[in-house]
Design a protein around this ligand. Structure first.
Ligand code: MTE
Ligand code: MO
Length: 337
């Protein structure tokens, strides 16, 4: 009886009526029968992948589109200041929007945009503390409207040896800081990012990092005309993955020196600790000026890869901005180029 049933099971009824289905199932039962399955998959996966890719691309485009109805959208696109023009093609916006470093959301660059979608950047307040005449909490929308914005195309260089060229919209950081009236005791400026694990899965999951993200500049670096408090990119407000609603851009330094999602600015006398320097002091310094002659302990900085085209180009001292900043670093400026 028992034996008989098993024999019935061993002889599939569909062998004659549906040879193909039987063959597929048999391949599967043989243990992921790689030959047969791979053949079947090779016929369906490319079209599935294409469909998934198109859905993904649409979802990515939405992260950009929604910024056009956010506060400050009407200030975009802003007048471009050509004093900072660079001889490089702009990076494709859709490439930059899906290749991000933002550990609050994910340590994987390709995942940041997706995992940052629930973040709520408005309303937003900036807290200012320390050695300044006007400290306290300021509404970001009002602050930016009062100060006005402009557009600047900058090269952008990550310490990981990739680079992009993007148009930022923002307020010169010096103009923003002057608004608070820093006193002569303010020798450094510290930037603190948000702390919202409920909206930022990377903060929730990676509890070994000392959140929130903190970075700092010397006051003379912060006051340099290149330093930008950016609220927009590519002619619209910042999408979440690029640091909405406010991030710092210091184009002659490695990317991590510019904090995203800034909630607090401290004007301080002592040199502040910084996030990546605390985590790996041998790999990430306080100064972190782009310099082809100073390799990262694990890779060379002599060249950089342009995202989008994957072209490899020589790295330039101060990322090509020596004209603006070399005088701040006589030692570094003297030894190269
Ligand atoms: N708060 C915060 N700011 C951050 C980072 C981060 O992980 N968290 N990553 C930095 C690094 S390493 C780079 S290269 C840039 C990336 O900016 P982008 O994604 O807009 O290109 O953001 C910088 N600012
Ligand atoms: Mo970076």
């Amino acid at each position: 009886m028992h034996f008989h049933r098993r024999r019935e099971f061993d002889l599939p009824a569909d062998r004659i009526t549906d040879e193909k289905a039987w063959a597929t199932r048999r391949a599967f039962l043989k243990g992921l029968g790689l030959g047969g399955l791979a053949l079947a998959a090779s016929r369906t996966l490319p079209s599935l992948a294409r469909a998934a890719g198109a859905l993904d691309e649409a979802a990515l485009a939405r992260t950009i589109e929604i910024t056009r109805s956010r506060p400050l959208a009407a200030l975009h696109p802003a007048r471009r200041d050509d004093a900072f023009a660079v001889q490089r093609e702009l990076t494709d916006e859709m490439v930059a929007a899906r290749y991000n470093n933002y550990y609050e959301f994910s340590p994987r660059k390709s995942e940041v945009w997706r995992r940052a979608r629930d973040f709520q950047p408005w309303p937003w307040e900036i807290e200012v503390t320390g050695h300044a005449e006007r400290t306290g909490r300021f509404d970001l929308e009002k602050l930016i409207r009062d100060l006005g914005v402009e557009e600047r195309v900058y090269r952008f260089r990550c310490v990981e040896a990739w680079a992009m060229t993007v148009p930022w919209t923002g307020v010169p950081l010096s103009r923003l800081l002057q608004r608070f009236g820093p006193t002569s005791r303010a020798r450094f400026v510290r930037f603190l990012s948000f702390d919202r694990p409920a909206q930022a899965p990377g903060q929730e999951e990676q509890d070994w990092y000392p959140w929130p993200y903190y970075e700092a500049l010397h006051i003379r670096e912060a006051m340099n005309e290149l330093s930008l408090a950016a609220v927009g990119i590519y002619g619209h407000p910042l999408p979440n993955q690029h640091g909405a609603p406010l991030r710092i851009v210091v184009p002659w330094k490695y990317g991590y020196k510019g904090a995203k999602g800034v909630v607090r600015i401290d004007l301080v006398e002592e040199k502040p600790a910084t996030f990546w320097n605390d985590l790996a002091p041998d790999e990430y310094g306080f100064l972190s000026n782009v310099d082809p002659g100073v390799p990262h302990p694990r890779w060379s900085q002599a060249t950089e890869r342009l995202i989008g085209t994957d072209e490899e180009v020589p790295t330039r001292l101060f990322n090509g901005y020596g004209k603006w900043v070399a005088r701040l670093y006589p030692e570094q400026a003297g030894k190269a180029e």
